[in-house]
Design a protein around this ligand. Structure first.
Ligand code: NAP
Length: 273
């Protein structure tokens, strides 16, 4: 893996997860610096991973080859606008934004100097190292820089590149927002389990174990998901009865419609941020 100096601007949850993943994968802590306005998060990161820290974004950016922009999207303009360093040095660096909804064109405008920008869309399971991150590279990003960005985001899970920036909105619908779809389905099963007389603890345990087991069956088999479903569905049996009920309500169509709604909302939000 690359041994470039990486600066994290904003030392919140997502940065902490990526830093933990990098260090766990053997990335030298000396090559990682985190910057944050308040010190408790920095102190924790320094104590846990022996990385460098600063409260001065300028200092972090100056010494880094790769800068991860990890402040909240609404903070990005203020944070970049407050930088006092000579922005011409940006042209030698790679900027990776993990801020949801901020288009590359807006980031380029805020960075002022033409520079290499990778926009990413991680999802919440990244906090456990089980993330699914979409990446989009601006025209200025080299093949080597793409590799660097990919390796960094793989510290918290799997990655997929999209060719067009609109692909990030699609990844948002498919991965960014998607944990909530599974939670909703699991909530539905949990409520019904409680209604059937199981304790809330037992209901949660059953739903969680079934979800984990089903996911592992997908992961550990090469056969299609549709085939896995068919394999557990005996004709005229209980599973078939439940699936017929789902199909009567057009679960596949409902899912597609929900994902289209997420894409439309992502497109709308990009215009306002
Ligand atoms: N968490 C997720 O699952 C997830 C998923 C997809 C995308 N993202 C994106 O990841 C980014 C970070 O999210 P997060 O969940 O890690 O948020 P977070 O925990 O709130 O972290 C943001 C950090 O930025 C710091 N900060 C505020 N102003 C700053 C400034 N001017 N300079 C440097 N640092 C500053 C905050 O410091 P203080 O708290 O000390 O003010 C905070 O530690 C966001 O843009 C979000 O859209 C997150």
């Amino acid at each position: 893996m690359t041994q470039k100096t990486i600066a994290f601007i904003g030392a919140g949850n997502m940065s902490a997860s990526i830093i933990a993943g990098l260090v766990k994968n053997g990335y030298p802590a000396d090559n990682i610096i985190a910057s944050n306005p308040s010190t408790p998060k920095l102190d924790a990161l320094s104590a846990q991973h022996s990385i460098k820290t600063t409260t001065d974004n300028n200092q972090a950016i100056e010494q880094a080859d790769v800068i991860i922009l990890s402040v909240k999207p609404q903070m990005m303009a203020g944070m970049l606008g407050d930088l006092s360093i000579d922005k011409s040095i940006f042209s030698h660096k790679l900027f990776i934004s993990i801020a949801a909804g901020l288009p590359v064109s807006r980031l380029e405008e805020l960075l002022v100097t033409p520079t290499a920008v990778v926009r990413t869309m991680p999802n919440t399971p990244s906090l456990l190292g089980l993330g699914m991150t979409g990446l989009y590279a601006s025209a200025a990003v080299s093949a080597e820089q793409k590799q660097v960005a990919e390796e960094i985001m793989q510290a918290v899970g799997k990655t997929v590149w999209v060719e067009e920036e609109s692909g990030i909105d699609k990844i948002t619908a498919l991965a960014g927002s998607a944990p909530a779809y599974f939670f909703l389905f699991m909530e539905g099963m949990e409520s019904k389990a409680i209604e059937l007389g199981f304790s809330p603890e037992a209901a949660r345990e059953i739903v969680s174990q079934v979800a984990t087991g089903s996911t592992e069956m997908v992961r550990q088999n090469d056969i299609s998901i549709a085939q896995l479903r068919t394999n557990v569905t005996s004709k005229g049996g209980t599973t078939a009865a439940a699936l017929n009920s789902f199909n009567d309500s057009n679960l596949t169509g409902i899912t597609a419609k929900a994902m289209d709604a997420a894409i439309a909302r992502a497109e709308e939000m990009a215009k306002t941020i």
